[in-house]
Design a protein around this ligand. Structure first.
Ligand code: F6R
Length: 616
């Protein structure tokens, strides 16, 4: 939520800031703004409600003074609606200092009261302006922007990344972070700050991860990081493993279309380097066998799509490693006083690695003595840094707000992990592991087959269904989380009512929703791999068809039992039961994309949402 970029160097900063914001727009897109300091110590600021394009047009008509020091922000509103006035940057009372912010300052009400009683006035409804005014006050007292930051962050509660520039300090950007992301990009004679590396990856792939409760000051040639107490800290360098072209649309109509097409590669890259001659070996987990040997139970914490991946992971870990697994929404887990301790392994799943609900769940678990492992797609993100162990998914940058390729990569990573734990705990023989590994390695080609075979037909179906008001999704076993994922994706980007149900639950209530013409997607298990479940789901199809539902089945190639009672059948190749979700979800992702497109909606930036949810 909210994208942040900062720049100091020899080049005019406006275009660099706008390009960075364009890559961060997935984080929030209800308003945007920049503040620039030029060599003569003039501070220019412009901010506009609406998408980045509105700001860009405005700046094209009336550019700011050319300056080589600047900060930029793209917003997802929390305090105060998406107006010009509430957009960032916010100025201190003397208009000499500009601040941008990601997060929520929880005690802003009390601080604002204090400042109002001192005679300060405010121009916006945001929590951020309080930080700007405080920082301005502290700067006047100290004449030192870093010291002013230190004093200011000491007063703030909640989550924040703050960046500021001051007109008396051309060539300096100062930032601070607590529970909210910020990374440094190291250029040659220039330096960058960003909410994530996408902000600067077209200029440099050399990055530094800033830790919790740290302050960073960048000039063109220097980077200084201290903790909130003023002590210098070591920062962790890393190299970004993808280049700027990976985060471009590359000729696709939308990032989501591109990212669905990248699902085979996302799985292949997640498996790469972790399977050798039929054996799973995850280099990041070397020396950590005790985590898995000692665990008496596993709790998977995640939100949204990542939590559905977690549910598939539960089936895999329980079946292959025989460890009991619970999957919990991170925000529910965190606030319900769960029974956990050193014998619990908490596995978090997050594409962004910044989801505040998940981060808080991980921190809470650690405080209670649990061990933690993070499955994450974003290098340098906060959640992996807060965890005892990390398994990165290598899906590449995911820009569309709706998560697609990261979802299949998360399932692949969980299945690798399940096989890894199964080996360590002596549950699986090497022959069994080799068999499952072969299946997993075949998944990318099978996803590609589904994309090649069904993309066009699904787009056509979505086009015909453009006016549909409600779609239901049914699945059983590992098909259940896939049904939930299909429904979430549809709600998220088409704004129509969609629900996912466990097919067996139908008769306990949801079947009352079925009326003539109601579209229902049904995930049908393989008749060869799961004959009992298959028969049950076919019966469920017959029950809803008898009540007039329009049945759209996702079924294995050659499964003829579904034909008499289905209106449409989309085919997936034969795969073992735990690999089916990786294939069955593909038509559902394509359907959501197709329906949103047919309804003329912004597929990549759906209303009210942001990709990285960094508020609780
Ligand atoms: C759905 C979606 C969200 C995210 C959720 C968690 O398409 O994108 O439900 O899955 O907000 O985000 P991460 O994985 O970044 O923690």
């Amino acid at each position: 939520m909210c994208g942040i970029v900062g720049y100091v160097g020899p080049r005019p900063s406006q275009d660099i800031l706008l390009a960075g914001l364009a890559r961060l727009e997935y984080r929030g897109y209800d308003s945007a703004g920049v503040a620039i300091v030029d060599g003569d110590g003039r501070l220019g600021m412009r901010k506009r409600a609406g998408k980045l394009a509105v700001l860009r047009d405005d700046l094209a008509l009336a550019p700011l003074p050319a300056g080589a020091t600047g900060i930029g922000h793209t917003r997802w509103a929390t305090h105060g609606g998406p107006t010009d006035g509430n957009a960032h940057p916010h100025l201190a009372d003397d208009d000499r200092l500009a601040v941008i912010h990601n997060g929520i300052i929880e005690n802003f009400g009390a601080l604002k009261q204090e400042l109002v009683s001192e005679g300060y006035t405010f121009r916006s409804e945001t929590d951020t302006e309080v930080a700007a005014v405080l920082l301005g006050r502290e700067y006047r007292e100290t004449g030192d922007l870093v010291e002013a930051f230190r004093r200011t962050v000491g007063r703030l509660e909640g989550a924040f990344t703050l960046l500021a520039v001051h007109q008396d300090q051309p060539g300096l950007v100062v930032g601070a972070r607590r529970n909210s992301p910020l990374v440094i990009g190291l250029g040659v004679g220039e330096n960058f700050l960003g909410s994530d590396v996408a902000a600067f990856v077209e200029h440099t792939r050399n990055a530094l991860a800033i830790g919790q409760d740290e302050i960073v000051a960048i000039t063109a040639d220097t980077v200084t990081v201290t903790n909130f107490d003023g002590h210098p800290v070591e920062v962790e360098p890393f190299e970004v493993t993808w280049d700027a072209t990976a985060a471009d649309k590359g000729g696709w109509s939308s990032f989501m279309a591109k990212e669905i097409a990248e699902e085979p590669e996302a799985v292949a890259n997640t498996l790469r380097g972790r399977i050798h001659d039929g054996v799973v070996a995850i280099p990041e987990l070397d020396g950590l066998d005790h985590l898995f040997r000692d665990a008496q139970r596993i709790i998977i914490v995640a939100c949204g799509t990542a939590a559905y991946a977690g549910q598939v992971g539960k089936y895999a870990i329980e079946q292959w490693a025989r460890v009991p697994v619970d999957v919990e929404l991170a925000h529910e887990f965190r606030y319900r006083d769960p029974v956990i301790g050193p014998e619990t392994l908490v596995v978090s799943i997050s594409q962004s690695g910044e989801t505040m609900d998940t981060l808080m769940a991980v921190k809470y678990a650690r405080e209670r003595g649990a061990r933690t492992l993070s499955i994450c797609n974003t290098q340098g993100a906060t959640i992996p840094r807060e965890s005892d162990a990390i398994v990165y998914t290598h899906a590449g940058p995911e820009v569309a707000v709706a998560s697609t390729k990261a979802f299949v990569a998360q399932i692949a990573a969980l299945e690798l992990l399940a096989l890894h734990i199964g080996r360590i705990r002596g549950i699986l023989s090497s022959t069994e592991i080799a068999h499952h590994v072969r299946e997993l390695e075949a998944v990318p080609a099978k996803i590609q087959h589904v994309l090649d075979l069904e993309s066009e037909r699904i787009a056509q179906l979505a086009h015909w269904m453009a006016d549909t008001r409600s779609v239901l999704f049914l699945g059983r076993n590992v098909g259940f989380p896939i049904a939930m994922e299909g429904a979430l994706k549809l709600k998220e980007i088409t704004y129509i009512h969609a629900e996912g149900f466990a097919a067996g639950e139908l008769k306990h209530g949801p079947i009352a929703l079925i009326e003539p013409g109601q579209p229902v997607f049904v995930l049908v298990p393989s008749p060869r791999e799961s004959p009992v479940l298959h028969a049950k789901v076919v019966s469920n199809i017959e029950e809803i068809q008898a009540r007039g539902a329009r049945v759209i089945a996702i079924a294995e190639e050659g499964d003829v039992a579904v034909l008499p009672s289905s209106d449409e059948v989309f085919r997936i190749p034969l795969a073992g039961p735990l690999f089916e979700p990786l294939l069955a979800v593909v038509p559902l992702h394509l359907f959501a994309l197709g329906l949103a497109t047919a309804r003329g909606l912004d597929v990549d930036q759906p209303r009210n949402l942001a990709k990285s949810v960094t508020v609780e």
